[in-house]
Design a protein around this ligand. Structure first.
Ligand code: ADP
Length: 481
């Protein structure tokens, strides 16, 4: 499928050859086999990419929204038409089951479509003045050159969720994808190329994260950094971008609580918790990290959940019936293992799994795991696990469990399961999170605002709100006779 070297630096409409010594090997995390090499580029390439994006900006931002939307429509359609092949590439480099990968690609195309539509609805305001001889107008204008830094867990949709609103608003972009998953990024840039996007509007640089990041942060032409990744790197970007007071849009870590009330539909809730926790093998910033189950239904719930977890099919993502693929790398497995061991040392009981998978694949596999007898002092109840482990704690009181759910520095997503509408609204309003799912664990969608509070981030992606990040609102005060 791939040659030994895949060109991965795209500047001003040209795919560049980078010298052989400066390459990065891309591995299949399921088999540990090398797939291809890509460029390990750095500061110099980033500077040129920023230059290209800066030069493309005046023309691109001056097009009408309708003109810009045409490119996005085309890219969206091209992506949908090619979803199967793109899904296979995604599974190859990231490991997730093919069905999920194809679903992600279609979702990624959904962001292109949504912002193709939004491009022509970037409304301004006419403010009634308190002075008769004045007219007050607010016009939205593109921020400028955007530096986009994306993660490996959703290598396709995290890119279009940033690039689509940026392009729709009139911004130009330098994209730095995760080093683990550059192939999906390369394919997305090729789609834009096929859609006829003018040169310099989108640029791609793979390689040295620190060096690329440094140039994006220190070049004053980059007006906004949009980032999805760890809270630690998010804080670093915030600190380092202070010098130029760049705008920031940060989607960071999470530690989602799922609360199952006594009045929940247990069958439905177990399936949803399963979906929330094991989609992408738990490597999702909004996936359930802690589960609180009302004590009156805890035994029944745990039993049913265990039966469902036992039946999950582990294997090669590319095989049709696989539900659990590998984790992204060795460090990810070690982190999961350390959370399980810490919990066991402090009294947790392994109800299922609890160790590395001993299957016939050499990749980074960990058994889907359920822990019971969990207490608040365990690491897993505070640190993001990013792996297939469900720690279960029981509760009896609504106020108490809501406080426990809020007792974290994170504030991305939380889930509640209840058939009582009053409770659903009451608890949703009390949860300190940017997103609350009520009997729903898949809240991310192009038309709604996705984003965290507290140390989970700043800003929204998706919906008309997502476009606001890439727009400055200019106020024009007009004096008239
Ligand atoms: P993870 O640990 O899950 O890989 P990271 O926050 O480290 O999460 O990575 C998310 C993205 O941020 C990746 O594209 C990564 O290369 C990038 N990144 C990591 N460190 C830096 C940095 N110092 N400057 C710029 N980008 C960085």
């Amino acid at each position: 499928m791939f040659d030994a070297f895949t060109r991965s630096v795209f500047i001003n409409g040209v795919w560049e050859d980078i010298h052989e010594d400066t390459t990065d090997t891309i591995y299949n995390p399921a088999t540990l086999e090398p797939i291809t090499h890509v460029a390990f580029a750095g500061g110099k390439e980033t500077d040129r990419a920023i230059q290209a994006a800066s030069e493309a900006f005046p023309v691109w931002s001056n097009k009408t929204g309708r003109e810009r939307s045409r490119y996005l429509y085309r890219a969206s359609q091209l992506m949908l038409d090619d979803a199967e092949r793109l899904g296979k590439i995604l599974t190859l480099e990231q490991g997730k089951p093919l069905k999920e990968a194809i679903g992600e690609v279609k979702g990624a195309a959904g962001f292109l479509l949504w912002y193709a539509e939004e491009a022509s609805r970037n409304y301004g305001e006419w403010i009634p003045s308190s002075i008769k001889s004045k007219r007050l107008v607010v016009i939205p204008q593109a921020v400028g050159v955007v530096g986009a830094i994306t993660p490996w867990n959703f290598p396709s949709s995290m890119i279009t969720r940033k690039l689509a609103p940026a392009l729709a608003a009139g911004c130009t972009v330098v994209l730095k994808p995760a080093p683990e998953t550059p192939l999906s990024a390369i394919e997305i840039i090729k789609l834009f190329e096929r859609a006829g996007l003018p040169k310099g509007v989108v640029n791609l640089v793979t390689g040295d994260a620190r060096a690329i990041g440094k140039r994006l942060l220190t070049n004053k032409n980059v007006r906004l950094i949009t980032f999805t990744g760890s809270t630690a790197v998010g804080k670093y970007l915030m600190r380092e971008s202070a010098e130029h007071l760049k705008k920031l849009s940060l989607e960071l870590g999470g530690h989602a609580p799922s609360i199952v009330f006594a009045d929940a539909d247990i069958e439905k809730a177990t399936s949803l918790v399963l979906g929330s926790k094991f989609r992408n093998n738990g490597q999702t910033c909004i996936c359930t990290n802690r589960l609180y189950v009302h004590s009156s239904i805890a035994d029944k719930f745990a039993q049913l959940l265990k039966e469902k977890v036992k039946n999950l099919k582990i294997g090669l993502g590319i095989e049709k019936d696989t539900e659990i693929g590998p984790l992204i790398n060795k460090q990810a497995c070690e982190k999961v293992q350390s959370h399980v061991e810490d919990a066991m040392d402090k009294g947790a009981v392994v109800a299922h799994g609890g160790k590395l998978w001993e299957g016939d694949l050499p990749g980074h596999y960990y058994q889907p795991t359920i822990l019971s007898n969990v207490t608040e002092d365990m690491k897993i109840m505070h640190e993001e696990t990013f792996g297939p482990v469900i720690p279960i704690q029981t509760f009896t009181d609504e106020v108490d469990v809501t406080q426990k759910a809020n007792n974290t520095d994170y504030g991305l997503a939380a889930y509640i399961f209840t058939e009582n509408t009053n409770r659903a609204i009451r608890v949703s309003e009390k949860l300190d999170y940017g997103i609350v799912g009520v009997n729903d664990v898949f809240p991310a969608t192009p038309e709604a605002p996705f984003g965290g509070i507290k140390q989970s981030g700043i800003g929204k992606e998706g919906g008309h709100h997502g476009m606001d990040e890439f727009v400055e609102k200019k106020y024009i005060s007009i004096g008239i006779d």
